[in-house]
Design a protein around this ligand. Structure first.
Ligand SMILES: Nc1ncnc2c1ncn2[C@@H]1O[C@H](COP(=O)(O)OP(=O)(O)OP(=O)(O)O)[C@@H](O)[C@H]1O
Ligand SMILES: [Mg+2]
Length: 239
């Protein structure tokens, strides 16, 4: 099987030094690969680099057979819906000045050149699947709970039928019970759509339930581990 994404010898430095180097791994369609590491180890930076939101200092990312750094602007725009990111803080994932209705239907309306009301109506099954009601989308983000915003975010992202989602600690700001519900929902949607995921977390238990393999970042090094190896590694570190 041809991998969906191939990270080849990725390297990133900021002004003050090396964040990671020689990061190589592949992600197959439908697979969930974790990125684990302490705070500041470079997980979010790597996640952003993988979908072209940030430039690498070296190496290349091949997505669906194409080197994403070499795409023309128009080709990159076309590929954009296929690569989505869920961010750490629900509060910044939706524009506070827009009704959820507009935030959620805008990307698909833009890509398919359709009107927002028509797009929104086509999302009703997905809205029901995440456990929300269409009328809740007439609110601004600050009128909903963090868990509800993350559910609305799932609607926005899955409406685009992405092939890959980079989920950057999508539940770290939510309480335990809501966290479990959202993670379960993500797993169901992923399975149904055969979506691949790069799942970022510093919670080793969550990683073990969500991921098929886990890449560990630390001190600029990167190591891909199978789940049993990762379980042993985190037990040893008493994480
Ligand atoms: N735009 C930037 N410019 C300069 N340095 C940055 C930038 N973004 C991140 N960094 C630095 O890169 C390092 C890695 O940051 P990153 O946010 O990727 O870590 P992380 O593993 O996601 O941490 P956390 O678990 O706290 O979210 C940090 O030292 C951070 O200060
Ligand atoms: Mg981070």
């Amino acid at each position: 099987m041809q991998p969906l994404l191939s990270a080849e010898r990725l390297h990133k430095t900021y002004g003050h030094g090396n964040i990671f180097s020689d990061v190589s791994f592949t992600v197959n369609p439908g697979e969930t690969v974790g990125l684990f590491g302490m705070s500041g180890s470079g997980k979010s930076t790597l996640g952003r680099c993988l979908i072209g939101l940030e430039r690498l200092s070296g190496g290349r990312v091949v997505f669906a057979g194409e080197d994403i750094a070499r795409l023309s602007a128009s080709r990159f725009r076309k590929l954009r819906p296929a690569m989505q990111m869920i961010f750490q803080q629900p509060a910044i994932s939706m524009d506070p000045r827009m009704h959820l209705f507009d935030s959620v239907s805008e990307p698909l309306a833009f890509h398919e050149k359709r009107g927002r009301p028509e797009v929104f109506a086509s999302l009703f099954p997905l809205i029901a699947a995440v456990g929300l009601r269409p009328d809740q989308f007439s609110c601004y983000p600050n009128q909903l709970s963090g868990g509800e915003i993350q559910r609305a975010m799932m609607v926005k992202i899955y409406s685009l039928s992405p092939k890959l989602i980079v989920a950057d600690e999508p539940t770290s700001m939510l309480d335990m019970s809501v966290q479990a519900q959202i993670l379960l929902l993500m797993k169901e949607l992923q399975k149904k759509n055969n979506t691949a995921c790069i799942f970022i977390s510093h919670d080793s238990q969550i990683m073990l339930t969500m991921c098929d393999r886990i890449g560990v970042l630390g001190d600029g090094d990167f190591r891909m581990m199978e789940l049993d190896e990762f379980a042993g590694y985190t037990t040893e570190l008493r994480l």
